[in-house]
Design a protein around this ligand. Structure first.
Ligand SMILES: [Zn+2]
Length: 331
């Protein structure tokens, strides 16, 4: 009897829930003219929320430390994506586990893939074949992707046209300022020290833009583990080229980097583990490093200082959290 009661209570609950869901889908369309746009990565969500300003609400799906290559949508993410009036993603296979869902939803609402709006000749191809999705690492290119995404959003939601016209220039000017800062700071490094060794191949666009050689312990996606032979080769390169620091990332595991550092030290290298860089995720929302410009400032300032160049401890805008800059010399 108790079971039957529980069963019917569940049924009733489910019925109420489905009514609520149906209601929540129709009410915003009638009552609120302000669209909600769901962005996957914060590198997209944070600047877009500023560019779109009051005309839309931009929510970011992936928080600090979350790896977009591996992330699978939860049930509440799916509910959010269903409720959203528009979706924004990087594309180019960054959000590998979300693509099917987003493509299916594109029949019902605008879905904007920022990286795929760029001139394809500007996309770096790994091994000449696979598009590198980490475009935000080149601020000039990311500014183009943001402007193209804003134009697409304004087309889909015409109420956003004045907001974009009003806000976009200021956001892009801040990005141009951090780009100039990074260029000047990297130039303070001796050419032989311009090597950026990190946990995975997220910094290809950064290396191309600022003239640094980039070495990733893992490949372009975090889906495949680094092999023993690759770790050994990388340790040898670090020793041979006298590379002073190898960097971990906030969204990937550190163990492969630890293995490389250990291997290089066994060969006699003097190498430190640099501060954790923001590769595929940013800092906590509301902090300086939780904004796109702050994330870039943190990365560039940390890298330049750890490799022996000149950069102010608190970065371009004097706002960096210095606790994040601490190098781990213990390995
Ligand atoms: Zn990545």
């Amino acid at each position: 009897m108790r079971q039957i009661l529980a069963h019917s209570r569940n049924l009733a609950r489910r019925l109420i829930l489905s009514c609520l869901l149906a209601a929540s889908v129709t009410i915003p369309a009638i009552a609120s003219a302000k669209p909600m746009i769901l962005a996957t990565i914060a590198q997209l969500g944070e600047p877009m929320s500023r560019i779109l300003g009051d005309c839309a609400t931009v929510e970011t799906l992936l928080g600090p430390g979350v790896d977009p290559h591996l992330y699978r949508l939860t049930r509440s993410d799916v509910a959010k994506a269903l409720q959203a009036d528009g979706l924004m993603a990087n594309g180019l296979n960054l959000e590998a586990q979300m693509r099917d869902m987003f493509d299916r939803l594109s029949a019902r609402k605008p879905v904007i893939y920022a990286g795929e709006l760029l001139d394809p000749t500007k996309i770096v191809l790994t091994g000449g074949v696979v598009p590198d999705p980490h475009i935000w690492m080149d601020p000039r290119l990311w500014a183009e992707a943001l402007a193209a995404s804003a134009a697409a959003a304004a087309k889909a939601f015409p109420a956003c046209v004045p907001s974009v016209a009003q806000n976009q220039a200021a956001v892009l000017a801040e990005i141009a300022a951090v780009d100039a800062y990074i260029e000047a700071r990297v130039a303070s490094l001796p050419p032989s020290a311009r090597v950026l060794a990190t946990a995975h191949d997220a910094f290809g666009y950064f290396g191309k833009r600022y003239g640094m050689t980039v070495l990733g312990v893992q490949g372009i996606s975090t889906e495949s583990e680094a092999g023993v032979a690759h770790i050994r080769d990388m340790a040898q390169t670090i020793y041979d080229r006298r590379i002073a620091a190898v960097f971990v990332e906030t969204s990937t595991a550190a163990r492969a980097v630890d293995a490389v550092i250990e291997g290089a030290r066994a060969l006699g290298a003097i190498v430190t583990k640099g501060p954790a860089l923001f590769s595929d995720a940013m800092g906590p929302p509301g902090t300086y490093e939780g904004a796109y410009v702050g994330m870039l400032d943190h990365n560039a300032t940390s890298v330049v200082r750890a490799l022996g160049g000149v950069a102010p401890e608190r970065g371009l805008n004097g706002r960096l959290n210095t606790a994040r800059q601490v190098k781990d010399t213990s390995g």
